[in-house]
Design a protein around this ligand. Structure first.
Ligand code: NAD
Length: 510
């Protein structure tokens, strides 16, 4: 139905296998990328093997030796031009995301914009990264901290942000002097090929080949090689908590560094004095946007008892007007989910919620937009029983299901919000400064998440703040603030310019 735009140059990539009609008859080592809207193959992708992986790493080590000696502001200039090229190709790249992972057009393009934003951010950073000078206790001594390039950075990405998660990592890693080895999800290899090719082409044309590298392969073969590889000092992995737990253990086993961005189970609290219009719009976007397949999607809603019926009524009416269908068609708000495994998880969660006393207020079924044979589900609201006991709500089901609970006191709401294993994003709607500050209390007794918002929804973070979450979400931070430090190694330097041996802590050794 839709094909990747020729401006992306995918056909020139030796991995790209055109005219694939299905898995049958394909030689081994070729994976098929499938359009979730239609269920049809888009193209085949030739996978890496242990041999090609090894060659990539050996060559990347040479690229690192070259790249680390390029001055940081010059590295920033390369990133600036990559951002420019992403601007030029923003629409075809965003549309490729719609074709490959089913994001609606605005969200696909918005995701590429996020990479452009982080590129801009990294350009500025390339003239600012640096350490401090620290007072020494010894006369005629200078102490300072310097930040050095780290080496090869392995970037493992989830299917649902097939461009921007690489951007958050690769743009910062590049200005820090690192070489990126990207292992994308096998559910979105074409977006990765097109994205990486843009960065590689720009850097190569400027005389810096090999800074952005891609390995595409199975988790058992290529994934395991990458995470166990001592030549890759940092693994930045985005995906499910189960994946992160495994990756974290393997990387810790070799005393490597890990940056983990894992699953979320994000909640919105709507207090009695909230602006209900704002709360409704934000929560609908947070729960149904990207068909509920964002790490920051709103999955739980805690509403003050006095306004619960009113808010749920407004939400249900809004849900009934949502157009589900082709993500590239104008007016579509919800596209497909990624595949059958998500449809199965959706069905199973709804069945469990019913068994546990939940009541389906709206949705709950498979959706069948006309003429489309892909994987679609109805955005769903489920009200918890009066006891607020709904164990399924503690799990992250990567689909548009929102569980609604009621509460009487703000302390109770915060406690319920914090009662899950994950700790990514959280939000409260209130007009009261007391309630707002209770939620953000600097003593740590408020939200226990990495992201805490007041009067906006759980999803749609800006790149300027550090992004990431606590508990089972993995503790990593990417994007803004001081996240760049994860991609560098710190060195504390002391220089004695006085000519006499002076020992710290007043020790005399004469
Ligand atoms: P997933 O865990 O199935 O896969 C994520 C990535 O890990 C893929 O590239 C996969 O190939 C790779 N992987 C799996 N096993 C591996 C192994 N043994 N070695 C190396 N790599 C391995 O996740 P998914 O279904 O693609 O994405 C959805 C999940 O990602 C959700 O849980 C979502 O919340 C999470 N996510 C988190 C963030 C965040 O920033 N916190 C962002 C996006 C998605």
């Amino acid at each position: 139905m839709h094909t990747p735009h020729e401006s992306l140059g995918l056909e020139q990539d030796p991995r790209y296998v055109a005219n694939v009609t299905g898995r049958e008859g394909l030689e081994s080592g070729i994976e098929v990328s499938v359009n979730p809207t239609t269920g049809e193959p888009i193209a085949g992708v030739r996978l890496d093997t242990a041999e090609t992986y090894e060659r990539t790493i050996v060559e990347a080590q040479d690229s690192f030796k070259m790249w680390r000696s390029v001055p940081a502001p010059v590295r920033g200039e390369v990133v600036r031009r990559i951002g420019e090229e992403m601007r030029r190709l923003r629409e075809p790249l965003g549309e490729l995301e719609s074709i490959e992972v089913g994001k609606i057009r605005a969200e696909g393009i918005g995701e590429v914009q996020e990479t452009i934003d982080i590129a801009d951010y990294a350009v500025g950073l390339s003239r600012m990264i640096g350490g401090r000078t620290i007072p020494s206790e010894r006369p005629a001594h200078r102490m300072m901290e310097q930040w050095l390039p780290l080496g090869l950075v392995g970037v493992v990405t989830a299917f649902n942000f097939p461009n921007a998660v690489w951007g958050w990592n690769a743009m910062l890693a590049a200005v820090c002097g690192d070489v990126t080895i990207w292992k994308p999800s096998l559910l979105a290899p074409l977006t990765a090929m097109a994205t990486n090719a843009i960065a590689d082409r720009v850097a190569t044309e400027m005389g810096y080949p090999g800074v952005f590298r891609l390995v595409i392969g199975t988790d058992d073969e290529i994934g395991e090689l990458l995470i166990a590889d001592r030549r890759v000092p940092l693994i930045s992995a985005t995906g499910s908590c189960g994946m992160g737990r495994h990756v974290g253990q393997v990387v810790a086993g070799r005393l490597g560094r890990c940056l983990l961005e894992l699953g979320g189970n994000n909640a919105v609290i709507v207090d009695k004095d909230a602006d209900l219009d704002l709360a409704t719009k934000s929560t609908v976007f947070g729960s149904v946007g990207t068909a509920g397949q964002r790490c920051t999607s709103t999955r739980r809603l805690y509403v003050h008892r006095s306004i619960a019926d009113e808010l749920v009524g407004r939400m249900a009416r809004a849900y009934e007007t949502i157009t589900i269908g082709d993500p590239l068609a104008e007016g579509t708000l919800v596209g497909p989910v990624i595949g059958q495994r998500t449809v199965d998880a959706f069905r199973s969660a709804i069945a469990k919620a019913r068994e546990q006393g939940g009541e389906v207020v709206v949705g709950g079924e498979i959706a069948e937009p006309e003429g489309l044979d892909g994987w679609f589900v109805q955005p769903t609201i489920i009200r918890a029983p009066a006891s607020n006991e709904l164990p399924i709500s503690k799990e992250e089901t990567f689909a548009p299901i929102l569980y609604v609970f009621t509460y009487d006191t703000i302390d109770e709401a915060i406690e319920m919000q914090n009662s899950v294993d994950q700790g990514l994003s959280s939000a409260i709607f209130t007009e009261s400064i007391r309630t707002c500050e209770r939620f953000l209390n600097p003593d740590g007794s408020g939200s226990d998440c990495g992201l805490a918002y007041v009067n906006l929804g759980t999803s749609g973070a800006e790149i300027g703040g550090a992004f990431g979450g606590e508990k089972d979400t993995g503790g990593g931070r990417e994007a803004g603030s001081d996240s760049w430090k994860a991609y560098m190694r710190r060195q504390s330097c002391t220089i004695n310019f006085g000519g006499e041996l002076r020992l710290a802590q007043g020790i005399r050794f004469e």
